[in-house]
Design a protein around this ligand. Structure first.
Ligand code: SF4
Length: 355
């Protein structure tokens, strides 16, 4: 992992943002590309948000990219360009919560702090045999105290490069990721086995206890791939909210029971003022978000002859529009759904004709 080889607080900050909700394997190429383009804090804070989003494109959870960009500007203005060292200062930055702040304090500065992500919570709860739901406030307070206490003790016990808060955080992350799995933990290979209470009670599989799994709602999302003179119409979402600041084909959440073709045609008219006709349906696919699952359907559409290309386009869910050539799309910050639709439009063989 390249971010383990650096002690540059800026690079560690970037890696912690990218690793939120995303696997190490996915993050690695994005991290390397990102640091090549923005090697320093100032190179990022002086960049355009659209360039940052373009580089983030495909990694998902785009609020992280916007927050990272805004956080670096705040660090430049309020902290003289140096990533802060304290939890109180760090959590003032956009997108930095207690976990990220603790990770930066320990990993970048080797100072004591609570570091509690899902993996570490599982390890600590098993070692201490805490038989309760980790979402409970009381459990969270205990875990925080234990984490801070271990981290402070590791600082006292540090000998040269051995021990210390940074190594402790990394070790707990590794135990959680490589042996203390949610199911079938590999206790025989675990360095904590000698003092793990859950193991000695035979309760590894029962800890941590979890509440009922919440079903994510399915939402039908429809898109119009509006084509004219070899160009596509994209809309830019407002900065705030889902897919904020990203470009996408003109889309909508379909109301229950709505017929997709008229719904798409009406939505384009409502959003842009252009009347259009659906020509082809592209293959449907699912797109998973943390809080919902989108069933996506996109339709290739042509504006009617009477619709002027140069007419000012209005927008309800988009702050502006752009006609672009397909080759330009890789240089724009587009949503993962739009990327997938572009792939589908290029697989002409799979296109199902409606008319
Ligand atoms: S001994 Fe088993 S349950 Fe305990 S921390 Fe190690 S892997 Fe997890």
């Amino acid at each position: 992992m390249p971010w383990r080889k650096t002690s540059d607080p800026y690079a560690i900050f970037v890696s912690e943002f990218m690793l939120q909700q995303t696997t190490v394997a996915t993050v690695k190429p994005y991290y390397e590309r990102f640091l090549k383009k923005f090697p320093t804090l100032l190179s990022l804070s002086h960049s355009h948000l659209n360039d940052v989003l373009a580089l983030w494109s495909g990694l998902g959870y785009y609020a992280r990219a916007r927050n990272l960009w805004a956080a670096m500007q705040m660090v430049e203005k309020e902290f003289k360009g140096k990533i802060p060292k304290t939890i109180d200062e760090l959590i003032r930055l956009p997108g930095v919560g207690p976990y990220t702040a603790g990770a930066i304090v320990t990993l970048a500065y080797n100072l004591p702090a609570a570091v509690l992500d899902g993996n570490i919570i599982r390890v600590l709860m098993r070692v201490l045999a805490i038989q309760d739901d980790p979402k409970l406030k009381a459990v969270q307070l205990i875990l925080k105290e234990v984490s801070v206490g271990l981290s402070a003790q590791s600082k006292k016990d540090q000998r040269g490069k051995r021990g210390g808060p940074r190594n402790l955080s990394l070790a707990l992350m590794d135990v959680g990721a490589s042996v203390c799995f949610p199911r079938n933990p590999a206790c025989d290979e675990c360095p904590c086995a000698a003092y793990c209470l859950a193991k000695s009670y035979g309760k590894q599989e029962e800890i941590p206890m979890t509440g009922e799994k919440v079903e994510r709602p399915h939402v039908r999302r429809l898109y119009a791939v509006l084509e004219r003179d070899g160009q596509w119409l994209l809309g830019r979402r407002p900065e705030e909210g889902l897919f904020g600041g990203l470009w996408e084909f003109i889309g909508m959440d379909a109301p229950p029971g709505a017929e997709p073709v008229p719904a798409v045609e009406e939505n384009v008219l409502r959003e842009t003022g252009l009347s259009c006709r659906v020509k082809e349906a592209l293959p449907a696919f699912e797109h998973q978000l943390t809080h919902r699952v989108y069933s996506v359907r996109a339709f290739r559409c042509h504006p009617s002859a009477s619709s002027s290309k140069t007419a000012a386009l209005k927008g309800i869910h988009y702050e502006r529009f752009k006609w672009i050539r397909p080759g330009q799309i890789n240089r724009m910050g587009v949503s993962a759904i739009t990327k997938r639709i572009v792939q589908e439009t290029s697989r002409r063989g799979e296109v199902k004709h409606l008319y």
